[in-house]
Design a protein around this ligand. Sequence first.
Ligand code: CU
Length: 317
Amino acid sequence: MKLLKTGVLSFAAVAMIAGAAIPAAVAKTVKVTMTAMETEVVINNSGDKYPAWTFDGAIPGKVVRVTEGDTVDFTLINPKTNKNSHSMDFHAAEVHVLEEFAPVKPGSSKHFTFEAKRAGIYMYHCGASAMVEHIARGMYGVILVDPKKYTKVFPKPDREYVLIQSQLFPAGSTVAELLENKGWTNALINGKPFNYDPVHDPKASGTMLQSKPGERVRIYYVNANINMPIAAHPIAGIWDRVYPNGSPKNVLYDMQTYGLPVASASAMDIVSPVGKTTANAIVDHTMSAALRGAITVLINSPDAPDTAGKGDNILPR
Ligand SMILES: [Cu+2]
């Protein structure tokens, strides 16, 4: 998993505050390029393949991370080998739906820019028709827009993890079946059921979320389902804080379960007890989703590697 860190300083936003020559925030331009890929991907811990539609060949697409005020300079490439038009809809963008988000035919590309004006956690997805099919087949991801003065508005997290939940329907499901929520077989977490849960799926890789006792873990939970809301609950724990939409302007304390409507995302902090090894199971407490795959194990152990949940490792692949 490579986080995008290709920020290019294209202009320096030097603000003159009350006449004093103090440089304020320096916004940057972040170049992001994605290629729509209609390709098979491994869809579970058993190695089964699924005819997916993806951004850059993976479900979910890569994590895009910018800072409030940055300009995202985006290009979508739709190779001529694809059979379908695709598009990009960044929920962090305030633009013209018929222009920036327009579908791109196979053999074409589309370029647009937008300023990420509002800090938060935002889904992105393909919006080409029929949108339900493009999302169900895997064309979604997350863009994190960090506030400018991060540590002034948020308690600093020791670890961060992205969890993007979605619904898997059988290959060949019709649009009508998708709209009726008919026949979905699995809840995917970052592209696989029980992705980080060897307890419920012995074939899981063994990768789990990790932290040390007492650390603050910030979970960016994204609902990329077609039809189902999510009831996010950390079994054997309580959300210390929830930031709806990931904005520091919104904060809730001491939450057992937090609801995520379709196409929403929030930041949720959990702090494990100090001095002992514990574990949490982060679930969608909607039972039909939990038992189809929406369970993620978080281990709080002194042995947690320092690299887990940091930098490029916030979305474990
Ligand atoms: Cu698409």
